[in-house]
Write a protein that binds this ligand. Structure first.
Ligand code: ADP
Ligand code: ADP
Length: 225
């Protein structure tokens, strides 16, 4: 039972032009259900490109992407979007919460968009907020929350529709080191508690060491750290 399988992925930008870059050469990756993998890469190595391909936001030039056993490589944009909404959660360095809505509403809205009834969506949102220790902030808008609290809410939003895969790009990268540590611990607990698979990109080797496996993106391919 593999949550994510990437086979022989290649991606180039501006092929044949002077500014052409061969970002991914041959990426192979298998993530088992419940596995949390660290992706360590220097800036410009292609980490975002890889996460976008894994999360069906971008397509590779060659190679195959499978999510929860399903080959999604040749599917239409509409089908890929449907699978992404159902199966993949994203977290970025910046929270990207909607400023005019409360923390709770930010987690409820994606569920309503997926056809979940309001009462059920609210209960689920409350449960997620409780798990990351910010239930008491449910009625606050993002601007009233600390940076760490904003990221905790963003984690809950990413898990709102119970995806099988979480993709995180420097999820604690904009927090000070002390806060980053605590917020990261909350993320790990949330992911472990839900049995989710995750690929978490980070520059922080201490955080990477707390995951199940550490991979580095090196010259367009993944190597084990
Ligand atoms: P990282 O996330 O590791 O910093 P990216 O995946 O964002 O790396 O980018 C890898 C390389 O590909 C960089 O050299 C970047 O400039 C280039 N790149 C990324 N996106 C595009 C694009 N849409 N068009 C052209 N080049 C791109
Ligand atoms: P951090 O250590 O994460 O940077 P802050 O010092 O920013 O935290 O905030 C400490 C506490 O004050 C947090 O619980 C946060 O939610 C609350 N807080 C910060 N700014 C506001 C605000 N504008 N309105 C209400 N509460 C706030």
């Amino acid at each position: 039972d593999l949550t994510l399988e990437l086979s022989n992925i290649a991606k180039n930008y501006n092929v044949g032009q002077e500014n052409g870059v061969n970002v991914l050469r041959s990426v192979d990756l298998k993530i088992k259900a419940g596995e949390i993998v660290a992706l360590v890469a220097p800036s410009g190595a292609g980490k975002s490109t890889l996460l976008h391909i894994a999360g069906l936001l971008d397509t590779p030039d060659t190679g195959q992407v499978k999510i929860a056993g399903q080959d999604v490589t040749g599917l239409s944009d509409r089908k890929r979007t449907a699978i992404r909404r159902e199966d993949v959660g994203f977290v970025y360095q910046f929270h990207h919460l909607l400023p005019e809505f409360t923390a709770l509403e930010n987690i409820v809205l994606p569920q309503l968009a997926n056809g979940v009834a309001a009462a059920k969506a609210e209960a689920h949102a409350q449960d997620l907020l409780t798990r990351v220790g910010v239930a008491h902030r449910a009625a606050h808008r993002p601007a009233a929350l600390s940076g760490g609290e904003q990221q905790r809410v963003a984690f809950c939003r990413a898990l709102a529709n119970s995806p099988s895969l979480l993709l995180a790009d420097e999820p604690t990268g904009n927090l000070d080191p002390g806060t980053s540590d605590q917020v990261f611990a909350a993320l790990m607990e949330l992911v472990r508690g839900t049995g989710l698979s995750a690929v978490i990109a980070t520059h922080n080797l201490d955080l990477a060491a707390r995951m199940d496996r550490q991979l580095r993106l090196d010259d367009g391919a993944l190597v084990t750290l």
